[in-house]
Design a protein around this ligand. Structure first.
Ligand code: PMP
Length: 396
């Protein structure tokens, strides 16, 4: 057995706690500060008072502003990460609301012969799955659906079920496909991280329900705006109904702000406007590559942690072969005498992280660490991880 491992904290000031538990996308502030006018929105007091959209276009999602949906389509076209032609766009207050709307629509859809008086539909996702899925699924104790855990362990009984495919996956960054492959399965594809700053864009995604969010694409989590690209009209209508009944639509102010932000991203990506900030995705990729390089260096130097490896793939957007640089590090703790990795990071290093059990893992050696926070916090993460070594002792 190795001796206990340490963080050499002697004669040092108490460490300030840093929070890298949430994937708070403040890394992008640096870019947007430079983007200036192009990304600013002024909304006069008389605008956006009505519940209804400003442009009066007849949409299944009746509260969708045309300006926003036009920008969504243009951005996907330029990036090449999703098909939008002949698809319905439904917006939500973050993709979190659209996840719930999708569950409602799929589980109450008459086509699946699911009698709503019968037992709730199983909702599964492959471990390690995004930690919010279980809580968001079961929060309202719906009679229509219920969380049933790991898709790998799901016993397909030839009954309708829902599988959530998160790709690239939160927390581990891997590209995912459905794992159950049951005849009566319905799929929700959560593609929050399918953007060139995080992963190679290999083809335009084309699934029944695809969820995206400005939180991870442009970094505007506080705008609370997500969109779903939906193939089936009936499902799009049901999702719209869910949002109508829960929040009577989605903030118009947010839609206009997000449209402006997305236009700035699209133009920067096409180099139409050479604004000071440059190509948004170049900025994102460069920052993520730099962070992963520094993180991998620390991990290989001290041997105390390991990180996932990602297959190199051709990225259509950047026109080059590259590997993924996910927004989270799925860190495995190699220290034999450390029972659980979150207590090492939180207790000794004072870095708040999300422990593996939140993602359905029994094995407590994994933690998820956000890599999309501000530079000073990321540097503190690197500095503190480098104080741990596989051959030194832990002191309380
Ligand atoms: N899906 C995944 C995989 C996420 O990581 C997140 C945000 N952490 C969401 C959905 C929710 O995004 P939003 O902020 O749009 O609700």
């Amino acid at each position: 057995m190795c001796p206990a491992n340490v963080v050499s904290a002697e004669k040092q000031q108490p460490l300030e706690t840093i929070n890298l538990n949430q994937g708070d996308p403040t890394m992008f502030v640096e870019y947007w500060k430079k983007a200036g006018e192009k990304s600013s929105v002024v909304i006069p007091g008389w605008q956006n008072l009505s519940y209804y959209p400003n442009d009066n276009v007849d949409n299944i999602c009746w509260f969708l502003e045309k300006e926003f949906s036009d920008e969504v389509k243009k951005l996907h076209e330029v990036v090449g990460n999703a098909i939008t032609k002949d698809r319905y766009i439904v917006i939500g207050t973050g993709s979190t609301q659209l996840y719930q709307a999708s569950l409602f629509a799929l589980a109450s859809n008459d086509d699946n012969n699911h009698d709503s008086s019968s037992k709730p539909m199983d909702v599964v996702s492959a471990v390690p799955y995004y930690s919010s899925y279980p809580a968001v699924t079961d929060f309202l104790k719906s009679g229509l659906y219920k969380w049933s855990g790991d898709a790998y362990k799901f016993d397909d009984k030839n009954e309708p079920y829902i599988e959530v495919v998160c790709s690239p996956n939160n927390p581990d960054g891997h590209t995912m496909k459905q794992v159950v492959n049951g005849f009566r399965g319905k799929l929700i594809h959560d593609l929050a991280y399918y953007w060139p700053q995080y992963t190679p864009i290999t083809k335009p995604a084309d699934h029944d329900i695809m969820l995206f969010t400005v939180s991870k694409s442009t970094g505007h989590a506080g705008t609370r705006l997500g969109w779903a690209i939906v193939k089936d009209e009936k499902l799009a209508r049901k999702m719209t109904k869910f949002i109508e009944l829960s929040t009577i639509g989605v903030s118009k102010d947010s839609q206009y702000r997000a449209a402006t932000i997305m236009r700035a991203v699209t133009e920067s990506a096409q180099s139409i406007s050479l604004h000071l900030a440059g190509n948004f995705f170049e900025f994102g990729k460069k920052t993520m590559v730099g962070r992963w390089d520094r993180l991998r260096k620390v991990a290989s130097e001290n041997g105390a942690f390991s990180l996932p490896e990602y297959q190199k793939q051709y990225c259509n957007y950047f026109g080059e072969i590259r590997e993924a640089h996910p927004g989270f590090a799925w860190l495995k703790c190699n220290l034999e005498n450390v029972g659980d990795c979150d207590s090492l990071l939180e207790g000794k290093l004072k870095i708040l992280v999300r422990g593996g059990k939140n993602f359905g893992m029994d094995y407590r050696k994994f933690v998820r660490v956000s890599l999309i926070d501000q530079e000073d916090k990321f540097q503190m993460l690197i500095d503190r991880l480098s104080t741990v070594s596989s051959s030194t002792k832990i002191k309380a």
